[in-house]
Design a protein around this ligand. Structure first.
Ligand SMILES: NC(=O)c1ccc[n+]([C@@H]2O[C@H](COP(=O)([O-])OP(=O)(O)OC[C@H]3O[C@@H](n4cnc5c(N)ncnc54)[C@H](OP(=O)(O)O)[C@@H]3O)[C@@H](O)[C@H]2O)c1
Length: 239
């Protein structure tokens, strides 16, 4: 692999203001790509090979506006990473309809809106990577995760269908499903104070997920990385 495997490539990452999305954006940038970051707390701006756009991925008009700007000013992205997400732990009777709806809106409708706006362009070009950040909660049930699991199992379903629909178009689809990663998403949960939760010090780091994304999108075109599952290693330090 050359030193800058994504040199000349255009990439787009949602939820890239912090956590995993920020680490993915930084890894893609370090690999030579131009990176477009989308998030609600970002201010519109651009520096060398970096473009930031304020965007709420639950808002169809905002997603269409951001995508139109990217297509008009920068072109068709080579790599699209649907990463933005929210998470909380509440039993079903404690979960309000608004919290459930917002979880689906960010974690499922957001990736739908972004994919819907960009996939036709990737298909027309006959190449591109659509990476979805799922979760261990897209295939394992955790108590108190009703809203999150509904969104992430749904996201895996959408990934599987897109995978089938995009077969033989040249567009690759990858689902990256990590277990616990030490990011701000855990701040409200405070897992260190709760028995049975992985302590933050034992979690994976955002850069570990970014490395998996980078691996998928830098494979030779003949290789389509369908799915990557990552879990923290449960280990006892020795010596
Ligand atoms: N951390 C983990 O243990 C873990 C494990 C498995 C999977 N994941 C998944 O990894 C992804 C990233 O999680 P993280 O841990 O990095 O969380 P995080 O640190 O809380 O970051 C979440 C990102 O999503 C953005 N976001 C939230 N709502 C948004 C909206 N409506 N529109 C646009 N952007 C929005 C946030 O930016 P703004 O607030 O600026 O909008 C932020 O950049 C999520 O899909 C999560 O489900 C995380």
């Amino acid at each position: 692999m050359s030193q800058a495997p994504l040199s000349g490539k255009l990439t787009l990452v949602t939820g890239a203001s912090r956590g995993i999305g920020l680490a993915v954006a930084d890894a893609l940038h370090a690999a030579g790509a131009h990176v477009v970051r989308l998030a609600r707390s970002l201010r519109d701006g651009a520096t060398e090979r970096r473009t930031d756009l304020r965007c709420d991925v639950t808002d169809p008009a905002a997603v269409d506006r951001a995508v139109a700007r990217v297509l008009g000013e920068l072109g068709v992205p080579d790599v699209v990473v649907n990463n933005a997400g929210i998470f909380f732990i509440k039993r079903i009777e404690e979960t309000s309809p608004a919290e459930f709806a917002q979880t689906l809106a960010v974690n499922l409708t957001g990736p739908f809106l972004v994919a819907r706006a960009l996939v036709p362009h990737l298909v027309r070009r006959g190449a591109g990577d659509l990476v979805t950040i799922g979760s261990v909660s897209d295939h394992v049930a955790y108590s108190g995760s009703t809203a999150y699991a509904a969104s992430k199992y749904g996201l895996r379903g959408m990934h599987e269908v897109l995978r089938q629909d995009l077969a033989r178009t040249g567009v690759r689809t990858t689902l990256v499903s990590p277990g616990p990663v030490d990011t701000p998403i855990w701040d409200a949960v405070d897992p260190d104070s709760k028995p049975g939760f992985t302590k933050r010090s034992a979690m994976m780091q955002a850069g570990d997920v970014a490395a998996a994304v980078l691996y998928a999108v830098t494979q030779p075109l003949r290789v389509d990385v369908t799915e990557i599952r990552l879990m923290p290693t449960v280990y006892t330090a020795r010596g």
